[in-house]
Design a protein around this ligand. Structure first.
Ligand code: SAM
Ligand code: ZN
Ligand code: ZN
Ligand code: ZN
Length: 420
């Protein structure tokens, strides 16, 4: 029997890209193309206590699970609704105590396995693509990726064996590869990471660095909206990565995580690369080898910082801030303030200042970043809207109501993609 499918959107074979999604009627900027409930989702450990585990609503006064005291819910309905998932972790968290530390991917996969057991029919998240048919790119995994998947499988057995029957090893390898290639990180309106989820229909979208659609979240529902007009028959593309960076960096990231070479307009023309790599104005500009060396340094420091950030604690924030300041000093000898590597460190410094509740410093970093962000990201970018939102909220916190309303107006100009 033919299943229902979706109004206005269909799946098709996109030449050179596997399956893709395309519009069967025209859409205008801002239109909702479709929405998709999470097939499975998991809240980040760091968000516990602030957000309901079941529906991802952020509010004060959530009620905690009486047994483990680690999961929090809006009310009894949410707690009941979540039990089939939470029971995978509730007693294990008590038993393992401090040593309970599965990765978020492992936690998500455990929930997928539990859902697969009970979900026999096509779910509302699979109108066009079944979870089991998601792309795995198995033949493209290198040894490093295989070893990472093996480590995740070991973690799954270690933390979840009491409450789950696992499929065989090969099926688990496939499942982890599928989740790595098709999983989504769920973010709030300020782009803070809330958790991870799978949305099979949304995962049918291929990537472009000049996307005509974006994905936002309302609780655990993914909403896909047009950020360019979409003609009948046009393929619908979203971006898998942060689009701030120059072509070479984007291509490397896409190859490493998704195993393809992007051939979008921006990757071909590199039209924004010069502005993204803007150099400091000097009478005799930096030599090519100086530039190359500084780019190499920038990439290393970005990686080092990402690793260091994971050890988030109050004492550590001073070190993180120092890393940002030292690297900006060094890079500033060659790069302009609007160079993306400088912007990257300013953005990180802003995050550290927010964490330390130093709102004046956070604001001054944010104000340096916003103009180049608006020029370097595509139109209707979530990164730009969320930066205006952060600035608006900072102005509010600092009692500057007129600056706050100017910033918040910028958010509402593109309000279709932010539910604030
Ligand atoms: C989330 S899936 C997208 C749907 C996928 N095409 C399918 O058939 O299931 C991601 C994978 O699709 C392929 N893909 C996505 N965007 C692409 C692009 N712009 N060019 C080539 N392949 C792409 C890559 O194999 C990538 O790992
Ligand atoms: Zn709830
Ligand atoms: Zn519990
Ligand atoms: Zn591209």
């Amino acid at each position: 029997m033919k299943h229902e499918g979706m109004d206005g959107i269909e799946s098709f074979e996109s030449p050179g890209k596997g399956r893709g999604l395309r519009a069967t009627r025209p859409y205008r900027i801002g239109d909702l193309l479709f929405s998709c409930p999470a097939y499975s989702h998991v809240l980040s450990v760091s968000e516990r206590g602030y957000i309901c585990e079941h529906c991802f609503t952020r509010k004060e006064g959530l009620a905690k699970c009486g047994k483990c005291k680690k999961a929090f819910y809006c009310n009894v309905e949410c707690q009941r609704g979540d039990w089939a998932m939470h029971k995978l972790e509730c007693s294990a968290m008590c038993a393992f105590g401090e040593n309970w530390c599965p990765s978020e991917t492992v936690r998500l996969v455990a929930r997928i396995i539990a859902t697969l057991k009970v979900q026999k029919d096509r779910s509302a998240s699979e109108k066009l693509l079944l979870l089991k048919d998601m792309e795995a790119n198995l033949d493209r995994l290198d040894n490093e990726k295989r070893e990472m998947n093996e480590a995740d499988i070991a973690g799954l057995h270690h933390f979840y064996s009491k409450h789950l029957d696992f499929p065989d090893h090969q099926a688990l390898l496939t499942l982890f590869a599928q989740v790595n290639c098709n999983g989504f990180t769920v973010e709030d309106e300020e782009l803070s990471h809330l958790g991870s989820a799978v949305f099979p229909d949304v995962a049918l979208m291929n990537h472009s660095c000049c996307p005509n659609a974006i994905v936002t979240y309302r609780g655990t529902l993914a909403e896909v909206r047009a950020v360019q007009d979409v003609g009948q028959g046009d393929e619908i593309y979203t971006s898998y990565i942060d689009l701030l960076y120059p072509t070479e960096d984007r291509i490397e990231r896409l190859r490493d995580s998704y195993y393809f070479s992007c051939d979008c307009r921006e990757c071909k023309t590199k039209s924004k690369d010069k502005a993204k790599m803007k150099l400091r104005k000097l009478s005799d500009g930096p030599r090519p080898e100086e530039i190359r060396e500084m780019v190499r340094y920038a990439r290393i420091i970005i990686d080092d910082f990402r690793r260091a950030k994971h050890e988030k604690n109050i004492l550590f924030t001073a070190t993180l801030l120092e890393m940002c300041e030292l690297s900006m000093d060094k890079m500033g000898a060659v790069f302009d303030e609007s160079n993306v590597y400088m912007l990257h460190m300013m953005y990180q410094a802003m995050g550290v200042c927010l964490f330390m509740e130093d709102y004046d410093s956070a604001l001054s970093y944010g104000e340096k970043v916003i103009k180049p962000f608006s020029q370097l990201y595509p139109a209707y970018s979530l990164n730009v809207a969320s930066m205006y939102l952060k600035l608006g909220r900072l102005h509010v916190a600092l009692g500057r109501s007129s600056a706050a309303s100017t910033a918040l107006k910028k958010v509402t100009e593109g309000k279709f993609h932010l539910c604030i």
